[in-house]
Design a binder for this molecule. Sequence first.
Ligand SMILES: Nc1nc2c(c(=O)[nH]1)N[C@H]1C(S)=C(S)[C@@H](COP(=O)(O)O)O[C@H]1N2
Ligand SMILES: [Mo]
Length: 377
Amino acid sequence: MTEIKEDRQETAATPATGAPQAPAGPTDGPLTAAELQLSARNHSMPLEALRREVTPPGLHYVLTHFDIPDIDPASWHLLIGGAVERSLELGMAALRRDPAITVPVTLECAGNGRSLLTPRPVSQPWVMEGVGTAYWTGVPLAYLLGKAGVLPNAREVVFSGADSGIQGGVTQRYARSLPIREALRADVVLAYSMNGGDLPPQHGYPLRLVVPGWYGMASVKWLESIEVVTTAFTGYQQAVAYRYQDNADDAGTPVSRIRVRSLMVPPGIPDFLTRNRTLVPGPVLLQGRAWSGGGAVTGVEVGIDGTWLPAQLEKAPGGFAWRRWTLPWVAEPGDHVLSCRATDSTGATQPLGQNWNYQGLGNNMVQQVRVTVSAPS
Ligand SMILES: Nc1nc2c(c(=O)[nH]1)N[C@H]1C(S)=C(S)[C@@H](COP(=O)(O)O)O[C@H]1N2
Ligand SMILES: [Mo]
């Protein structure tokens, strides 16, 4: 872990060439131009899209560390190698002939909620909408690993994308690993289709990994190679990024499964600039979605000015896809604060306050929606 500390010190001393300056560590200062630039590239899912069980591409959040590669599907190949009996090289046509599965999956960025933290870790400044649910179709990873023949000493599987860049002063291809037992799960998919259509460029065309239940960083886009390894992978996105750390010098623990969370469709109409909500007095159906990578969502409570009421839950479309919840409310004139809080089958529930860590990851704090109820004038 000594090497990692050295990388971090380098980061603080040398900002990336040509980029707007940003503080190296967490800050109480205003949002920077660098963060604005990131948030314009990496958009979230508008909260009104929580009305839909399936998020259309374009409304689904996007997170891309570097540039979106422009890949020619005719010359593209997937390499599978490392600790296997036989290496494989597969083109798109061959992959499409393999057995396919379709899995509904709620993906959420591990940094979702980051900009609400104080102090604020400086990275993609999500508010709370870095989430979306899609039906991903493709070849089960376990099927291809079975074809390659994983050797008994295999420990992890490393997935590398076609995109590269510099992060923390380290030039790299985007790459992540999964423990072998997760890689062999029946629902982990190498997807060439999203919601029945071609994979859009920003979501990993022509092929991406989708790991149901894990935060989004595990689902490597623009996949080019899969390598079975016998030692722990120490690439930047594994050993430095995506770790729950107390401070820069803490080796931390790796981020994996999505923590339980729920969100609400803000009721009423928004103010253009502030997005403060206004609604008329009377009955309104509060609604939203809840999900967890730890286990099924077992309950959602809705907070109205601090009083918690149980919401009605609908069936989830899949084991790692969100569940709709609803709660009828009679809005009375005045200012109100609405919240929602989900619990999963492991007993985990959303905290009311911030879940601070150095990189601003896994922050599943409850959402608060402020509304003003007033009779139309
Ligand atoms: N190759 C590659 N894969 C990647 C990324 C990336 O930058 N490059 N970003 C990861 C992160 S951090 C997230 S949250 C998800 C986002 O997937 P989406 O853009 O399809 O929503 O992709 C993951 N896969
Ligand atoms: Mo992410």
